[in-house]
Design a protein around this ligand. Structure first.
Ligand SMILES: Nc1ncnc2c1ncn2[C@@H]1O[C@H](COP(=O)(O)OP(=O)(O)OP(=O)(O)O)[C@@H](O)[C@H]1O
Length: 232
């Protein structure tokens, strides 16, 4: 059984029908890339899984349980972590404090933080530094580190490379690979080489529908098969 199985979801913002029957699945241990142009519904798919914008129909089965109708905090407590596009780092707090915020109640802080520090040693070196002073790439590591300390089985990662300079994107790719060795990931990403390099499987969304899917090994970033849905 897949860890996450999204089946035929229809999601609206008011009267605006954004997802028109999206289905996808994520096997435990895999990285699945969700690609597509701006505005096609990638973020809305993540919001639908998290129940921030619950689908009006269809199902979202996570580890055997349907999430539709549950509260977002329950979904989070079940082990679904979210790394939003804007990262939501507390810039005034230290690196360690940012990580501690994401440690579930009852878990040991030091033990949880050690997972983030082992995956991203630079965060340990900077543990007492204000997070706002980190580079863009390091802030993305911190955002991923928060996902790891949160005891999550699935991370939903939204556009981690967006707005970053090419050199930093390479650091983010390394950070994602490190995080992916620890957890299962559904990754929204428009940087095709980055996405395909990391992913086991991919889905392409266009106008609220899945228009292509397959093994990441079977396609390349300059394939017309992908380009026609992704170039502006
Ligand atoms: N809160 C909202 N209220 C109304 N419409 C919204 C809202 N958020 C997104 N939309 C609309 O829903 C559609 C899908 O947006 P979504 O953010 O899911 O796209 P996306 O594929 O993630 O693209 P982007 O990379 O631009 O975020 C767009 O037409 C967008 O304008």
């Amino acid at each position: 059984m897949a860890l996450l199985d999204v089946a035929d979801i229809e999601t609206y913002y008011g009267e605006s029908h954004v997802l028109e029957g999206v289905s996808l699945s994520v096997e435990r241990g895999d990285v699945v890339a969700l690609m597509g142009r701006n505005g096609v519904g990638k973020t809305t798919t993540l919001r639908s899984i998290l129940q921030l914008t619950p689908p009006r129909s269809g199902s979202v089965t996570y580890d055997g349980t349907d999430l539709v109708g549950r509260r977002t905090h329950e979904v989070a407590a079940m082990g679904v972590g979210w790394i939003p596009e804007d990262r939501r780092i507390f810039t005034q707090l230290s690196v360690a404090e940012n990580l501690r915020v994401s440690v579930p109640d009852g878990d040991d802080d030091a033990e949880a933080l050690s997972i983030a520090f082992e995956t991203f040693p630079i965060l340990e070196q900077r543990r007492d530094q204000a997070a706002g002073t980190l580079s863009g790439g390091q802030q993305q590591m911190l955002a991923l580190g928060r996902g790891l300390v949160g005891d999550n089985d699935l991370l939903l990662v939204d556009e981690p490379s967006e707005g970053l300079a090419p050199q930093i994107v390479a650091d983010v790719a390394d950070a994602l690979a490190a995080a992916a060795s620890e957890t299962t990931m559904l990754l929204v990403e428009q940087n095709l080489p980055l996405a395909l390099d990391l992913a086991d499987r991919f889905y392409v969304l266009d106008n609220g529908r899945v228009v292509d899917e397959g093994d990441a090994d079977a396609v390349s970033a300059d394939d017309d098969r992908l380009r026609r849905y992704l170039s502006a």
